[in-house]
Ligand binder design. Structure first.
Ligand code: 5GP
Length: 222
């Protein structure tokens, strides 16, 4: 996959970040530049809920991935994912439309390159909620990204959360649990993540993630 030129990070136009005090201070002083944030974590850890809260707090935009995963009853096409069939996904790979893509739990998932590049060029904070493989590929292309991994307090809490979603049968829950443990080990070995945040308490975890991203923006651009 072609690299995104580093110049993208330095030639970004002025943007309006007045809705958010952290973003306004950090970005305005620097003449505004986009900032790419990756959030990962195993299934059931609460990362989507944390991500949504962080999006609000930081006036950031979420990249909507394309996936071949079957749409669940609670999924909204175009809001949670762009749901496509496998031929359409393969076509998008062939056309180099993804910043990264990966096969996760037997389904394909990919981050649309054009959306991310355009929003970064507008000076936006762009959040990708992707798996460890995806984060490794994004880090290679955009070494300046800031990556956070969300952890459950312990194994019991993770299993409880996977069960309480009532989305999967027990066999799938057990499979997702062992995949989650493997993913945590993979994340630690990858050295891709700037920070690990334990979701022991929702509000505290949101504060920590928001604080980490805000401080990083200040550090780079202050
Ligand atoms: P779910 O199907 O439960 O929404 O997501 C399954 C896994 O795929 C999660 O770990 C999620 O973060 C990851 N994922 C979602 N979108 C993407 C993507 O565009 N790229 C990659 N690499 N992983 C993704």
């Amino acid at each position: 996959m072609p690299r995104v030129p580093a110049v993208l990070f330095s030639l970004m136009p002025e943007a309006d970040h007045t809705a958010n005090p952290i973003a306004a201070t950090a970005l305005d002083r620097a003449g505004a530049a986009g900032f790419l944030v990756v959030i990962s974590g195993p299934s059931g850890v609460g990362k989507s809920t944390i991500t949504n809260a962080v999006l609000d707090r930081l006036d950031a935009v979420l990249s909507i991935s394309m996936t071949t995963r079957p749409r669940a009853a609670t999924d909204v096409d175009g809001e949670h994912y762009h749901f496509v069939d496998e031929p359409a996904f393969q076509e998008a790979i062939a056309a180099d439309e993804f910043l990264e893509w990966a096969k996760v739990y037997d389904n394909f998932y990919g981050t649309p390159r054009a959306f991310v590049e355009q929003r970064l060029a507008e000076g936006k904070v762009v959040v990708l909620e992707i798996d460890v493989e995806g984060a490794i590929r994004v880090r290679r292309q955009m070494p300046d990204c800031f990556a956070v991994f969300i952890l459950a307090p312990d194994d019991t809490a993770l299993l409880d959360r996977l069960r309480s979603r009532k989305r999967d049968d027990e066999a799938t829950i057990q499979r997702r649990f062992s995949q989650a443990q493997a993913e945590i080990a993979h994340a630690r070995a990858s050295n891709v993540y700037n920070a690990y945040v334990v979701n022991d308490d929702f509000d505290r975890a949101v504060d920590e993630v928001t604080g980490l991203i805000g401080s990083e923006m200040q550090r780079r651009r202050g």
